[in-house]
Design a protein around this ligand. Structure first.
Ligand code: G6P
Length: 629
């Protein structure tokens, strides 16, 4: 939540900072700001409440010279979205500036202490405490070594600055991805990480800093993922890493396969629409190299568990938040049906404080697009602490959850930038299908059953591409209902989680109230909502429960509610008599239906939001990566 960027090198830094912030805007977009340092140490700080365009407009009015700078895009936690509360925050009397992603839990007592010492606070943020603390320790450092000059500090690898930062960090409880620049040292950035992601890009005579890899695309493909409790010292031609417990560390430079085109809109109006249309490819990428017809099973390179260990699994817990939790619900149906292993799906925010009785032989999967969601991370740590094997299903290579898990499955869906998750959801469902196949083939699934599932999976991207052809028709349906104030989304079995996810998509980006429900359950309450202005979206592809869902549709029609039916193209006649509008999708087996039915739900939400004039990629109050509890 909040994005950080930084640059040090031969170029003027402002363009990189702004472009980087735009790429990180999905992490928060309440306000933004930058600080640059001129060679003479002159500090230019510009910040603005609102979207990055507001910052850009301000930047056009004032010079921000410097080839060193840091920037921040904010999702407000402490203090409203105002100019004053925007980062960077200045420590001491303009001695240094700080940008921060995370939350300092104990900021109140620290603030009281600092105020008593005479530090003047200009904002309501927790971050300003960090800025003043570092300033205080730096002043102490100077007082203890009055002869310390600039050259000494540089010759010592900026260790005195590291000492000041480290002393401040020792007092903090909470999480931080942090970047600090010092007025007297316009050639160095100090960065620190605990719980919030931070990466360093290594260029030719330049270094970049960012909350994730996306700002680096097009600038460098060499990346270093910082670890918790690590401090990085960046100059244009050097990178020093110091770990709290391990001391000096060698930087493990990885090569990143990320093109600039991966992080722009490629001609689409919104990232969300681009990501919806990418799904045939992203699903192929999730499956690539993982399906073996010869052995009729799936293979994963990173589970880090032997087949014997996996055979002894007695129960699986799937946890996550938001859309990832919905993927977990799909996973429950899949794993129980294909592998016959009992599965429980838990909201990570609940699991972290519950103490469910779990036997040996319980395996946990944390499902998370970003790999950074605070509740999911905490739930995983709690399960790990209890001695259970914890694995991750994540989209972001090197993310905190991916790193802390014993192993896992990467989605390889490419960066997802639209705040409402689309391609990550379908890739999560495919990863879980492959997992269910793999676990099932260790148990009761036969060779021919395994092969059949693989063939069906291989055909899936084509079916998804066909479902996308409904785009124009779905836009018209959206236009018909976009003024409605409540929607119901109804489905059964595999399409119950699909209904929950469809409703979530609509409310996230169009701000229309929507409820997802098991279709048969709606008569126990939600049916009271039905009237001529409350559409029900029925997810009713042909399959095991088709007739049952049709009966539920009758119940809605009998009460005068409009019905939008998502059903199979070769059986659309079956529902045409009852539904006011029909969206056709290809026929796929029941266990793949949530992936294909997700497509029209995503498009319906997208066009409804566009027609209502909503900011699709950056819906109000939300952020893509929720790194606070
Ligand atoms: C936020 C996002 C959702 C996402 C959820 C979990 O709420 O807005 O789209 O589903 O976090 O995120 P994760 O990265 O863990 O999947």
């Amino acid at each position: 939540m909040c994005g950080i960027v930084g640059y040090i090198g031969p170029q003027e830094c402002v363009d990189f900072l702004v472009q980087g912030l735009r790429r990180l805007e999905y992490r928060g977009y309440d306000s933004a700001g930058i600080v640059t340092l001129g060679a003479d140490g002159a500090m230019s700080i510009v910040k603005a409440a609102g979207r990055i365009d507001k910052l850009v407009a301000k930047l056009a009015q004032c010079a921000t010279p410097g080839s060193l700078g840091i920037g921040h895009t904010r999702w407000a936690t402490h203090g409203a979205a105002t100019d004053e509360n925007s980062h960077p925050h200045v420590g001491g009397d303009g001695l240094l500036a700080v940008v921060h992603n995370g939350v300092i839990d104990n900021f109140r007592p620290l603030k009281e202490r600092l105020e008593a010492m005479g530090y003047a606070f200009r904002s309501a943020t927790d971050t300003e405490v960090v800025a003043h603390l570092i300033a205080g320790f730096w002043e102490q450092e100077l007082a203890a070594n009055p002869s310390l000059d600039h050259n000494d500090v540089a010759a010592a690898g900026y260790q005195p600055l590291v000492n000041a930062v480290r002393s401040a960090l020792q007092l903090l409880q909470g999480t931080y991805g942090l970047a600090v620049v010092f007025r007297e040292f316009p050639e160095v950035i100090i960065a620190a990480k605990l719980g919030s992601p931070l990466v360093v890009g290594v260029g030719e005579g330049e270094h970049f800093l960012a909350s994730d890899a996306s700002p680096l695309a097009g600038f460098t493909d060499k990346i270093v993922f910082l670890d918790d409790h690590e401090i990085a010292v960046l100059t244009s031609d050097s990178l020093r890493l110091v770990h709290r417990d391990l001391g000096e560390k060698h930087a493990d430079v990885k090569t990143l396969d990320l093109q600039a085109g991966d992080v722009d809109k490629a001609g689409y109006d919104h990232f969300m629409l681009k990501e919806i249309f990418e799904q045939p490819d992203t699903l192929r990428n999730t499956m690539r190299g993982r399906l073996s017809l010869d052995e009729a099973t799936a293979h994963f390179g990173g589970l880090n568990l032997t087949p014997k260990e996996l055979r002894s699994v007695k129960r699986i817990v799937l946890t996550g938040c938001g859309t990832s939790w919905h993927a977990g619900l799909v996973g429950e149906y899949l794993i129980e049906e294909l592998a016959r292993i009992p599965v429980e799906v838990e909201y990570a925010s609940e699991l972290r404080y519950r103490n469910p009785p779990l036997d040996d032989g319980t395996l946990m999967f944390a499902i998370t697009q970003s790999g950074e969601t605070a509740d999911t991370l905490a739930a995983m740590r709690e399960m790990k602490r209890m001695g259970h094997m914890t694995l991750a299903i994540s989209n972001v290579v090197g993310s905190t959850i991916a790193k802390e898990a014993h192993g896992g499955i990467y989605l390889h869906a490419g960066p997802e930038i639209g705040v409402a998750s689309t391609k990550a959801f379908t890739s999560q469902c495919v990863a879980l299908t492959m997992l269910a196949l793999y676990l099932g083939r260790m148990r009761h699934l036969s060779f021919t059953q395994g092969q059949r599932i693989i063939e069906q999976l291989q055909e899936l991207p084509e079916h998804v591409a066909r479902a996308l052809e409904g785009d124009a028709a779905i836009r018209k349906i959206a236009a018909k209902y976009c003024e409605c104030r409540t929607f119901l989304y109804l489905g059964r079995q595999y399409n119950f989680p699909a209904a929950l996810e469809g409703a979530l998509k609509l409310k996230e980006i169009s701000y229309i109230h929507a409820e997802g429900y098991p279709a048969a359950e709606m008569k126990h309450g939600p049916i009271a909502l039905v009237d001529a202005d409350t559409p029900s979206v029925f997810i009713v592809p042909h399959g095991a429960v088709f007739d049952k869902v049709m009966a539920n549709m009758e119940e809605i029609k009998a009460r005068g509610g409009p019905v939008v039916a998502i059903t199979c193209e070769d059986g659309a006649r079956d529902v045409a008599g009852l539904a006011d509008d029909v969206i056709e999708i290809p026929r796929v087996p029941d266990f793949l239906q949530p992936i294909v039915t997700a497509i029209p739900c995503q498009l319906l939400a997208y066009y409804t939001a566009v027609l209502r004039g909503c900011d699709v990629d950056k819906p109000r109050n939300l952020a893509k990566s929720v790194t606070v509890e």
